[in-house]
Design a protein around this ligand. Structure first.
Ligand SMILES: Nc1ccn([C@@H]2O[C@H](COP(=O)(O)O)[C@@H](O)[C@H]2O)c(=O)n1
Ligand SMILES: C[C@@]1(CO)OP(=O)(O)OP(=O)(O)OC[C@H]1O
Length: 158
């Protein structure tokens, strides 16, 4: 049996924060703002997985009003989500993600992100794709006001 899910999220870019994407630190003059570490890529993966098992979204599981999640490592949040996925009897088929950012260049960091995500989803790197696109300087991403991400996940029964 298969289940499909998708996720979309946006976080604002601001000075004085580290840029964490896909569970890794990316050197940049700005970082993403959020209640957690604001790792927009891990957030969409968690949302896609929750969507696939019809379990709502990360805001439902980890409210941004709960001090327990202030500065949270999104990898820990995704681990919790993945435990729910496994409890429902599913494993990863594959996941495809897109980061929408004018800057910085993601290409040098993609392989490390894939490895980190595969580790969190207890899968192989070959089951995980991460890509990036600019918006040709258009809109909030193009003005470097924020970074968006989206993901589509396919789960399969063990
Ligand atoms: N932040 C980004 C954005 C894009 N890339 C890579 O550049 C390619 C071309 O981007 P376009 O927006 O002009 O299509 C894209 O396919 C990515 O390989 C990137 O590394 N980081
Ligand atoms: C991850 C959570 C929880 O810390 O906070 P944020 O980092 O603000 O992220 P967002 O995607 O806005 O919402 C989900 C949250 O509840």
């Amino acid at each position: 049996m298969f289940r499909i899910g998708q996720g979309y999220d946006v976080h604002q870019l601001t000075e004085g924060r580290p840029l964490i994407l896909g569970g890794i630190h990316i050197p940049h003059e700005k970082g993403l703002l959020g209640h957690s570490d604001a790792d927009v890529l891990l957030h969409v993966i968690a949302d896609a997985a929750l969507g696939a098992i019809a379990a709502g979204d990360i805001g439902k599981h980890f409210p941004d009003t709960d001090p327990a999640f202030k500065g949270a490592d999104s990898g820990k949040l995704l681990e919790h989500v993945w435990a729910l996925v496994k409890k429902e009897g599913y494993t990863l088929g594959n996941i495809d993600c897109t980061i929408i950012a004018q800057r910085p260049k993601m290409a040098p960091h993609i392989e490390e992100m894939r490895e980190r995500i595969a580790g969190l989803l207890e899968a192989s790197k070959e089951q995980v794709n991460v890509k990036a696109t600019t918006t040709e300087k258009l809109g909030f991403a193009g003005r470097e006001e924020g970074i968006a991400a989206q993901a589509t996940i396919l789960l399969q029964t063990k």
